[in-house]
Design a protein around this ligand. Structure first.
Ligand SMILES: NC(=O)c1ccc[n+]([C@@H]2O[C@H](COP(=O)([O-])OP(=O)(O)OC[C@H]3O[C@@H](n4cnc5c(N)ncnc54)[C@H](OP(=O)(O)O)[C@@H]3O)[C@@H](O)[C@H]2O)c1
Length: 243
């Protein structure tokens, strides 16, 4: 079994770390890649081919994990060469997933939920070919959502609708708590009714959101653009992040 990667960042490296089997070979290419990616490839247990076209042709499973803005271009360029399964793991909108489906015969719509560098991230997948990836359960939790391409992308967006809006609310309420010099106490009393590690998780969520405000705002805008409904809370979260 050959698993190929287009994109060799955190996702690819961690999947290789988790999927350990003598019967699986990993391949990728360094074609037009940055020195950082070439370094990551060289230190991993992966065969390096001349081009991504060759990677696409040779892979039984081709994993596209590059960037949300390149995902469609990659599918347009290499999807036609894939004889096996094309698993897209990029954080893309359901519209982009459906567009990719037009260029790829055997697409599986995928999302990794949970920290990618943890030992137990979950891979959610949808699409008619999903069952063929169930063997990965030996290495990583795999959950099939449905046979429909787009379902996993929609779920991912729904998850972001909740988590990103909640982050904005956390930022706002903790700012007020700080003003009254009650920030720690504020998190302590919330911990009583929320999860045990609520304080640490909330602080890390706040820091992450503030550190990548621009990207989070774009993602909130994507949610507003995709769902037709009048999402009052999401709009407020976007306004908060843009402040
Ligand atoms: N990190 C996570 O926890 C996580 C979880 C779920 C989903 N995702 C999604 O999975 C994708 C990969 O995430 P990541 O964290 O692994 O990203 P990353 O660490 O930033 O790495 C991205 C990789 O993609 C390569 N790349 C970009 N454009 C390419 C192209 N046109 N052809 C070939 N390679 C290309 C980059 O190479 P260069 O360095 O040469 O540009 C780099 O090796 C993203 O779409 C992300 O949204 C990430």
């Amino acid at each position: 079994m050959i698993i190929g990667f287009i994109g060799f960042g955190k996702v690819a490296q961690n999947l290789i770390r988790l999927i350990k089997s003598d019967s699986i070979t990993f391949i990728t290419s360094a074609q037009n890649r940055s020195s950082k990616t070439i370094h990551n490839i060289e230190k991993s247990d992966v065969e390096i081919l001349e081009s991504f076209k060759q990677v696409a042709i040779k892979s039984d499973i081709l994993i596209s994990a590059n960037t949300p803005s390149n995902a469609l271009k990659v599918a347009e360029e290499y999807g036609k060469y894939v004889n096996g399964i094309y698993l897209d793991l990029n954080n893309i909108s359901p519209d982009t997933t459906l567009e990719i489906n037009r260029h790829v015969d055997s697409l599986v719509d995928g999302a990794i939920i949970g920290k990618i560098d943890s030992d137990n991230p979950i891979l959610y997948i949808s699409g008619k070919q999903s069952e063929k990836l169930l063997f990965l359960n030996e290495f990583i939790n795999v959950e099939i959502i449905s046979e429909k391409i787009g379902d996993v992308s929609i779920l991912k967006l729904l998850r972001s609708t909740y988590t990103k809006t909640l982050s904005a609310l956390l930022i706002e309420s903790s700012e007020i708590a700080k003003k009254y010099d009650l920030e720690d106490e504020f998190f302590d009393i919330l911990t009583l009714t929320e999860a045990e590690d609520f304080k640490e998780k909330s602080k890390s969520r706040i820091t992450n959101t503030l550190n990548s405000k621009k990207r989070k705002s774009e993602e909130l805008q994507q949610i507003l653009d995709y769902f037709d409904d009048d999402l009052i809370m999401v709009k407020a979260a976007l306004e908060k992040l843009n402040q």
